[in-house]
Design a protein around this ligand. Structure first.
Ligand code: AMP
Length: 283
């Protein structure tokens, strides 16, 4: 496994693999089993001949909250061990000043899918994601990239970016990896208090109950209300949103028989957790 901290080093390391399958997994570090599952999926897609590239870059441009950026866990040594164990070939670990020119002046904004859910709550977040992923795609020129469905809206927006900008890469969505108690793995979970860590699986439990209710014919409103109520009961928890939307457009369901997404974001203290579940009516 090779590591690159500059764009030049990255180019040199990748030159060996041009013409082969290059599969990329962008991350912000503090890697856990969710990231590892993406890396293993990338290794499978790349095969023995191809190349798996992961980036570990805590992208300041996508943070709408300075406190969240300042407290985001960073574990570079352990991250490299995870990458090695998952068969990564090249790890790109730039610093912000290597990634960005101080006077950068290009803004890249998706204007439809980004206006709802987390996009409505975190101004500038998805523009920062689009910018960094676009830059990473330009640097690496991957044939494929793997993203987790935990960040379902991010994946939908990146698919739109790739489509609308004709970026020659195939995106793959990976299933959410969870703790045994149902909590979706997240780099931010380590920041939960013991009480909030214990209560956090309520998110998953309430989403599962909501799916059952929706299948059985519950209205969109009562489906969302069930999740909202389950979370509001927990001391120190503030629900950011609970919304049921069309799984493709992320906007309100025009047709109740279409695949839907129930998405939730909630603050456990100052730690913002997100999760989601895909739903369909059985009618
Ligand atoms: P992050 O480091 O949070 O930017 O995440 C990097 C990638 O890992 C993104 O594509 C995430 O969707 C994905 N990811 C994060 N947590 C999970 C999880 N629990 N299961 C599956 N994928 C995940």
């Amino acid at each position: 496994m090779q590591t690159a901290s500059t764009k030049q080093e990255l180019r040199e390391q990748l030159s060996l693999y041009r013409g082969k399958r290059i599969v990329m997994v962008p991350t912000m570090g503090a890697l856990h089993e969710g990231h590892a599952s993406l890396l293993r999926q990338a290794r499978e897609l790349a095969g023995a001949e191809g190349c798996v590239v992961s980036s570990i870059f805590l992208n300041p441009v996508q943070f709408d909250n300075a406190g969240d950026l300042a407290t985001y866990p960073q574990t570079p040594e352990a991250d490299l061990a995870v990458c090695r164990a998952c068969g990564v070939d090249v790890v790109f670990m730039p610093t912000p000043d290597i990634m960005y020119c101080a006077d950068r002046s290009i803004h890249l904004e998706e204007t439809h899918l980004s206006t709802v859910l987390c996009g409505a709550k975190r101004p500038g977040h998805f523009a920062g994601v689009c910018l960094v992923v676009n830059k990473l795609f330009n640097l690496v020129q991957p044939t494929d990239a793997v993203f987790g469905k935990k960040d379902y809206q991010q994946l939908a927006i990146l698919r739109r970016m790739v489509r609308d900008l004709d970026i020659p890469v195939t995106l793959h969505g990976a299933e959410i990896v969870r703790e045994a108690d149902g909590l979706a793995l997240s780099s931010r979970n380590v920041r939960l208090t013991p009480e909030h860590r214990e209560a956090a699986p309520t998110i998953r439990r309430s989403l599962l109950a909501a799916r059952q209710a929706y299948r059985a014919g519950a209205s969109e409103e009562s489906t969302c209300a069930g999740v909202q109520q389950a979370l509001t009961h927990i001391p120190g928890v503030r629900v950011d949103y609970v919304e049921l939307v069309d799984a493709e457009t992320l906007h309100p369901l025009a047709d109740a028989t279409r695949p839907a997404l129930l998405a939730v974001a909630a603050y456990f203290g100052d730690v913002r957790l997100i999760d989601n579940i895909e739903l369909t009516r059985t009618v």
